[in-house]
Design a protein around this ligand. Structure first.
Ligand code: F6R
Length: 646
């Protein structure tokens, strides 16, 4: 509870109360979050190398500036615009000794990316230092109030306001740091994960979260805090995923305590991490993206492990068991997702309609959440997300939940916000995906959705036993067929060299391969910065055909069995206008080979499973083109891996 002193001070101060209460945005539970990565260390080791390595692991969350604060009697703060490597060069001749420190890698929201706006931020008296991931929505109000009390700010960030607010409380009321943080957080609105340390008290770190992830690693006489478990895993496997509204105080003596903002002590739920260091390294590949593309035979197998047995003729998703009746009898499946995950959702539309005969709607989470959609208790919402932290998807889930739908998650990141918000779900078990462009998560998602559609379809009596058996057998062979596809890497590299200087590209596909065409186009534009459009092949003549000339590469996915002649006609239409055709065909295809400029063969499989194979050459194509254009494959400009802003 607040003491009467703080209540009187804050409740009577118009700047700290009135505006907050009146503004509806502050009551809104939407996920206005930023990306950014946080890492912190207290213990007996040198903090700086731990922080730097941790920040490099978190760079997928943002990489426009980075900084550290190190406490060794003196409080040294080093921060720099650009990647963690810039910070490293900047700090190479500085005093970096300390056994307590905090670090941050930023993706700017408030204030441009520069040295001043980079985190950590100091309090006015130079005593406190703080890193923050999130957005303080009422920062302007708080800033004005603090300015009236004499505070001066040097950055444009909301974060600096927060550290001044904590300072104000600590000084005015002579509070312990954790208490000042707790009271301050009860005055702020928005999303945050923060870590703060006090120059006058090197015995502890205080951290808190609301709607931005934060993990506490519990080592032997040491603690780490980070936005995800990747900076922690090589120091300890014991972690606590903090819940919204929790504050942790981790002390040098090895003790820690978790409280809520309402001052209630919480019993910690300590989990064991299932993550290896090897999974976080490039393992001999030039880029994480290439490594992740090559991991797909394994990750697809991992997504199926223990969930399918073709010989015995069953598919079983543990997470679905409890909800099976509701899903099987749903009026409608509504799939919500963004980006590549949305493309996996589109593949699922074909799968569920064909195999389970259930009506499906696939929604961009960002549109769905603002559209006042019709949702009933008979609907089942499937939320797909690699990171499990995408703001729009989270908000769409909240909305559907409020309206009574069951929410099922298909998620990669274990313990993520989406995994925890859904009523049930299945992990895809693809391991950490570090390249910003999603590859193995897509095939993992499609694998899981295929298993779901097969289980539901079979149990609903919509697939004959023989067909069910055939699809299971084919599905079990997909990992080895992906290995086969990966062998065409050299041919893809050659084609990439032929088209790398194009300014535009068209990706076409029909049926199951239409979402694959969209995904191929997205991959190309996001990492090579070539403008690319994905289209259903038959739609081409309703507009895009006007763009086709000898400078327009058209990547056409032609592995369909059902619409084969139609796609052959589409190729002829492109060739008649001198377009350059790169065709993805089934092994042994001779017809298209004679028409297309380049063909890439992939093994035959059952049509509903083709996306798992046909997407691989498109991933490789975008990768090679991006490398040839000297683009930063793993960290393309303006993007971040985990899109926690709307
Ligand atoms: C594209 C890509 C993005 C993500 C999208 C959703 O390669 O990675 O389009 O797919 O931001 O992210 P998740 O799946 O984490 O919700």
């Amino acid at each position: 509870m607040d003491t009467p002193q703080y209540q009187s001070y804050f409740l009577t101060n118009p700047y700290f109360s009135a505006v907050i209460k009146q503004n509806p945005i502050y009551q809104n539970q939407n996920y206005f979050k930023t990306m950014c990565g946080i890492v912190a260390y207290i213990g007996s080791k040198q903090a700086y190398p731990i922080l730097i390595k941790g920040l490099q692991r978190l760079e997928y969350r943002g990489y426009d500036s980075a900084g550290v604060a190190l406490l060794n009697g003196n409080l040294n703060v080093y921060k720099k615009k650009g990647k963690v490597s810039e910070l490293l060069s900047f700090a190479h001749d500085k005093d970096v000794s300390a056994t307590l420190g905090i670090g941050h890698t930023r993706w700017a929201t408030h204030g441009k990316p520069d040295d001043i706006n980079a985190h950590p931020h100091l309090s006015g008296n130079g005593r406190l230092v703080l890193v923050h991931n999130g957005i303080i929505e009422n920062y302007a109000t708080l800033k004005t109030a603090l300015q009236r009390l004499g505070h001066e700010f040097i950055s444009e960030t909301d974060t600096e306001v927060l550290v001044h607010l904590i300072e104000e409380l600590q000084e005015r009321e002579n509070l312990l740091l954790e208490e000042a943080v707790r009271i301050a957080l009860s005055k702020v609105h928005g999303a945050y994960a923060i870590v703060v340390i006090d120059k006058e008290d090197p015995t502890k770190i205080v951290a808190a979260r609301k709607q931005s992830p934060l993990v506490l690693g519990i080592g032997n006489g040491e603690f780490l805090l980070a936005s995800d478990a990747t900076p922690i895993v090589e120091h300890t496997k014991r972690v606590v995923y903090l819940n919204d509204g929790e504050i942790v105080t981790a002390r040098r003596d090895g003790s820690f305590e978790i409280k809520t903002i309402n001052n209630e002590i919480q019993a910690p739920f300590i989990q064991k991490l299932d993550l290896t260091i090897e999974a976080l390294e490039k393992g001999g590949y030039d880029y994480f993206m290439l490594k992740e593309i090559h991991e797909q035979p394994q990750t697809i197998a991992d997504a199926m492990r223990g969930r399918i047995n073709a010989t015995e003729g069953w598919v079983r998703l543990g997470g679905m068991e409890e909800h099976l009746n509701r899903i099987m009898n749903a009026d409608r499946l509504i799939i919500v997702a963004c980006g590549t995950s949305w493309h996996a959702g589109l593949v699922a539309e074909y799968l569920f309609e064909e195999l389970a005969r259930l009506p499906v709607e696939v929604e961009y989470a960002s549109e769905f959440r603002y559209r006042n959609p019709v949702i009933t208790e008979k609907d089942v919402v499937i939320a797909i997300s690699q990171s499990g932290e995408t703001a729009d998807t989270l908000a769409a889930i909240e909305l559907a939940k409020e309206r009574g739908a069951l929410i099922y998650g298909i998620v990669n990141a274990v313990g993520s916000s989406i995994a925890r918000l859904t009523d049930g779900g299945s992990y895809i078990h693809a391991g950490p995906e570090i390249g910003v462009a999603s590859t193995k998560a897509f095939t993992g998602q499609v694998t899981l959705l295929t298993l779901m559609a097969l289980e539901i379809g079979y149990k609903r009596g919509k697939i004959r036993k023989s067909e069910f058996q055939r699809l299971l057998t084919e599905l079990e062979q997909i990992p080895s067929k992906v290995e086969e596809v990966l062998k065409i890497n050299k041919a893809v590299e050659y084609i990439s060299s032929e088209i790398k200087d194009s300014n535009n590209a068209l990706y076409l596909g029909r049926g199951y391969n239409f979402p694959v065409a969209l995904e191929g186009a997205l991959k190309l534009k996001e990492i090579s910065y070539i403008h690319a459009e994905g289209y259903p092949a038959a739609e081409m003549k309703h507009g895009p055909i006007a763009l086709i000339d000898e400078n327009m590469p058209c990547v056409i996915v032609c592995t369909n069995q059902s619409a084969y002649e139609k796609i052959v006609s589409n190729i002829q239409e492109v060739k008649a206008r001198k377009g350059v055709v790169i065709a993805i065909v089934t092994e042994g295809d001779t017809v298209i080979k004679n028409l297309a400029d380049y063909t890439l063969e992939i093994p035959d499989t059952a049509e509903p499973l083709t996306p798992l194979l046909s997407v691989i050459p498109l991933q490789l194509l975008s990768y090679h083109i991006a490398v040839m254009r000297n683009c930063n494959v793993d960290q393309p400009r303006n993007l971040a891996k985990s899109v926690t802003v709307e």
